[in-house]
Ligand binder design. Structure first.
Ligand code: SAM
Ligand code: SF4
Length: 417
């Protein structure tokens, strides 16, 4: 609590918390925004994993059909005022388990293509159970060129402690590899009880040896509303493990591309959150625009009802002050380990040095940032601090937002201090 609050106060130079309210607008302004990403949330899974915080329900054919109809309506409603097709940097399908609606995807993509020219490709999260030839053939046909596979660990005991099973993971990754997607991301979790450094390094090696072009390694987080019987290992262990991962990848010439991702040199990146602006469609999806951040309702029934009435399914919106928006931008740029000076100025309309001169100077003096010609780069020390802050942010902000949203379809207010 203290770390996130202090950082918020120092960087926004204000005691004002982030206040999300039910004062939502029925029209989103995004025509003139650059670097726009698209995200579609599919909230269905075959079964529910107890460690997972994302909004999802068990798949049901009838529910999925009505959900698709509402999703198509939301796209029309959001985009109804566009005068011409807009360029979008990428489209990601996340969940949940989006492949459960694989046969609806053409309709969803075609609907989006009525309004957008999708330039950087289409990505999808896959559960290992989704990996079979019939599905991979369909993904290729849909023009999907990036996949992210939720392996979590190759180790039986770690998987057991998460409540998952190993199901011929290596064979499945090799099948994915044979389809030659531009990006194959493998999600791993570290600091699972029972996981040793040796197991973790073997996990990342196995992922790269079997076709991963990128590996995302997330520290195990115990969300307040999750049902983890095994709790994450302590922060000290997380620190040691992250150092081991970084050292190992450095030795095998794998690039650290963000605080928690490592990728083969010269490959494309799977990254749905590091866009300057994004439009999120579906229940629980977030939308980030020039001065607003909003999330959709977490109730599938209310989502459908709203769209049947021609109203956007927004639950709460935060109207940023300029400084809050700048801090939000810095936070996510720093995740990819560098802050682009020109891009900041273009986005925020003021120079980075002018807005954060004192903080940047102090960070340089403390060995947290290195100034290069057109960017500031995070050092290993600040990358570690980022890993700590990102976990605080997840527990203090995301956990709270999602916890309230799971209980109330349209809360009046959510205050993040
Ligand atoms: C939407 S989820 C999963 C995609 C897919 N449904 C699956 O289960 O394979 C995205 C990723 O978040 C990560 N994740 C989920 N819960 C987590 C937790 N409690 N702590 C850390 N990472 C977590 C996992 O690595 C997961 O693959
Ligand atoms: S981890 Fe994946 S499969 Fe498990 S509940 Fe979360 S989204 Fe569903």
């Amino acid at each position: 609590m203290l770390i996130t609050s202090m950082l918020r106060i120092i960087l926004t130079r204000s005691f004002k918390p982030f206040v999300f309210t039910g004062r939502n607008e029925n029209k989103l302004k995004f025509e003139s925004l650059e670097d726009m990403g698209l995200y579609v949330h599919i909230p269905f899974c075959r079964s529910i994993c107890r460690f997972c915080p994302y909004f999802k329900e068990v798949y049901d054919n009838y529910k999925a059909e009505s959900y698709k109809t509402a999703l198509l309506k939301e796209i029309d409603l959001v985009c109804r005022n566009l005068k011409e097709k807009k360029h979008a940097a990428s489209l990601y399908f996340g969940g949940g388990t989006p492949a459960l609606m694989i046969d609806d995807m053409k309709e969803i993509i075609d609907k989006l293509k009525n309004y957008f020219i999708i330039e950087g490709g289409i990505g999808i999260e896959l559960h290992p159970e989704d990996i079979k030839e019939t599905n991979l053939d369909k993904l290729k046909k849909l023009g999907i060129n990036m996949v992210s596979v939720g392996i979590q660990s190759f180790d039986e005991k770690c998987l057991h402690n998460l409540g998952r099973k190993n199901d011929r993971f290596e064979e499945k990754l090799n099948l994915v590899k044979s389809y030659e997607f531009d990006v194959v991301d493998v999600d791993l979790i570290f600091a699972i009880p029972g996981q040793t450094d040796k197991i973790l390094l073997k996990d990342i090696k196995t992922a790269f040896d079997n076709g991963a072009t990128q590996v995302s390694t997330y520290p195990f987080i115990d969300f307040t509303f999750a049902d983890n019987s095994c709790k994450p290992m302590p922060e000290k262990t997380k620190k040691k493990m992250l150092n081991k991962l970084t050292e190992y990848c450095g030795n095998i010439n794998i690039e650290r591309t963000s605080v928690w991702t490592f990728a083969r040199q010269g490959t494309k990146r799977y990254s749905s959150v590091t866009r300057d602006n994004f439009l999120g469609f579906g229940v629980s999806a977030a939308t980030l625009l020039s001065n607003t951040f909003k999330i959709n309702t977490f109730s599938i029934a209310e989502y459908i009802k709203r769209l049947n009435n021609g109203i956007l399914p927004s639950s709460v919106t935060l109207y940023f002050t300029k400084r809050q928006r700048a801090v939000y931008y810095l936070f996510w740029s720093a995740y990819s380990l560098k802050i682009d000076i020109q891009k900041f100025e273009k986005m925020i309309g003021e120079s980075l040095d002018k807005m954060f001169g004192i903080e940047l100077l102090l960070a340089e003096k403390l060995g947290l940032l290195v100034k290069k010609k057109d960017c500031y780069e995070l050092t290993p020390k600040s990358s570690y601090w980022y890993h700590i802050i990102e976990q605080f942010y997840t527990r203090e902000y995301i956990d709270k937002m999602w916890n309230v949203s799971r209980k109330e379809a349209f809360p009046d207010k959510i205050v993040l201090r």
